[in-house]
Structure formats: C-alpha cells, structure tokens
Design a binder for this molecule. Structure first.
Ligand SMILES: Nc1ncnc2c1ncn2[C@@H]1O[C@H](COP(=O)(O)OP(=O)(O)OP(=O)(O)O)[C@@H](O)[C@H]1O
Ligand SMILES: [Mg+2]
Length: 224
C-alpha cells in the first residue's frame, strides 16, 4: 500500500478573535489516497475554506496532525511550509487568479520559475499542458481574450504544470455558467481517470456528484 497523500488526524482549527473562540474544525480525521477524486461538500459556514487553507498549507491546525505526502506539516517552519506547498499542491481557484495582461503560456509557465526551471523548458512544458487541455490555439491570448471556461482551463494547466501530488480546487465552477462548469467538471474527471489525485471543495451537490467520494462537512465536523 502506498502512503496516503493526505492524512488528517484529530485536526482542529480554532479561531481566536480576541473576544471569542470559534471552533471552525473539530476533531477531523480524513485520509486521501493517491489517485482519489474527493469532493468536500458543506453549507456556508461549515468550515470548507478553513479546511482548504489547512489542506493547502496556507494555515496550520491548532490541534492534531496533518501529514501531507509523507511530510508532517507541524514540523515545518513557514519557509518549509511554503516549500512543501509549492512542491506538492496545485491550486485551482474560483476566480482563476491569472496574471492580467499576460499570455496563457506565460501564466502557465510561471510556477516553474519558482522551481528554478529554465525559460526554454518552462515554455515547452507550459505549451504541452495547454495543448493537452485543448488550448493549443490560445497560447498567446491574455485572460481578457479568453472565455471564463477557457480561463479556468488555463488555471488548471497552471496547477498541473509542476506535476503536483495533489490538485486542490476551491469552488472551481463557481464563476462559470452551467455549460462551462460542466466542461470543467468533465476535465477533472478526465484528469482523475489519468491518475491525478484531486480534492474539490464545493457547496454544490451537482459538482460534488462528479467525484468518486464525497466528504460531508457540517459545523466543522465530518459527517458520518
Ligand atoms: N478568521 C476568522 N476568525 C474567526 N472566525 C472565523 C474566521 N474565518 C472563519 N471563521 C468562522 O469559522 C467558521 C467556518 O468558516 P469557513 O469560512 O471555513 O466556512 P465555509 O464553509 O467556507 O463557508 P462559505 O461556504 O460561506 O464560504 C464560520 O463559523 C466562520 O464564521
Ligand atoms: Mg468558504
């Protein structure tokens, strides 16, 4: 058996506002194995963004352990956390977060610059991923010259270009109409079929239904 990509053991996250303590995650246990496609679904305020921030190493648990791709996160300092984030996770955002006035190709190549990959190889790898996602004829278009669905596919290409262990998507269809949203979901299914590990966070049952496993979160707890 291979090591899980994600292991949360008794994880909690309590926010301290100075006036009150808000338990946003409570005693969460969750294991995600390589190749799984998991949707984390819950209503507003249930703890989805808190969970996303912890899974993505943007925030730390206040209790329990998080082991990401074999690395216990609590043993890392902030630089170590950033390093494991860059190496292990490809993020897909609701609002795409593409660099404006920058071509699709340059957008997708950018994460490789942080890994010290040379420019020629960066562009070649970015082009290959964009072509694989059906955007070979849009390489030199800027975000404003692309449809929402195309922008999100550029966002997914950027997340994939570093070959991360985990693709972590936060409401990836939230800004898209139903047809473009369905195309993005179909793309996730295709990536899953090719062996990618995907965690998708959503409040939308139709989106969650595309995943192989659904994890329901309510009031900071995983529902049985
Ligand atoms: N920085 C913070 N300080 C204090 N409380 C917070 C903070 N961030 C979130 N919370 C609280 O933690 C709980 C979970 O919030 P979270 O943002 O994770 O929910 P969510 O599931 O993402 O909701 P939504 O679907 O509305 O985005 C909520 O009760 C929220 O009010
Ligand atoms: Mg949220």
């Amino acid at each position: 058996m291979s090591e899980p990509i994600i292991r949360l053991e008794d994880v909690s996250r309590v926010y301290d506002t100075g006036k009150v303590l808000v338990p946003a995650l409570v005693d969460v246990d969750l294991t995600i194995d390589p190749g799984e496609f998991v949707a984390i679904i819950g209503p507003s305020g249930s703890g989805k963004t808190t969970m996303m921030n912890i899974l993505g190493c943007l925030d730390r648990p206040t209790g329990g352990r998080y082991i990401l791709d074999g690395t216990p996160v609590e043993e890392l300092d902030d630089d170590g956390l950033a390093a494991v984030r860059n190496r292990s996770i490809g993020f897909v955002f609701q609002s795409y977060n593409l660099l404006p006035r920058t071509s699709a190709l340059e957008n997708v190549a950018t994460p490789l610059a942080y890994q010290g990959v040379g420019r020629r190889e960066r562009l070649a790898r970015a082009q290959a991923v964009l072509e694989a996602l059906g955007l070979g004829d849009r390489l030199h278009h800027q975000p404003t010259e692309l449809s929402g669905g195309q922008q999100q596919r550029v966002g997914i290409a950027r997340a994939l270009v570093t070959e991360p262990a985990l693709l972590l998507a936060d409401e990836p269809t939230g800004n898209l109409d139903s047809r473009a949203g369905a195309e993005v979901i179909e793309l996730f299914r295709r990536l899953h079929a090719s062996g990618r590990t995907i965690v998708l966070i959503t409040h939308d049952p139709d989106v969650a239904a595309a995943a192989e496993r659904q994890v329901h979160i309510r009031d900071g707890r995983i529902a049985a």
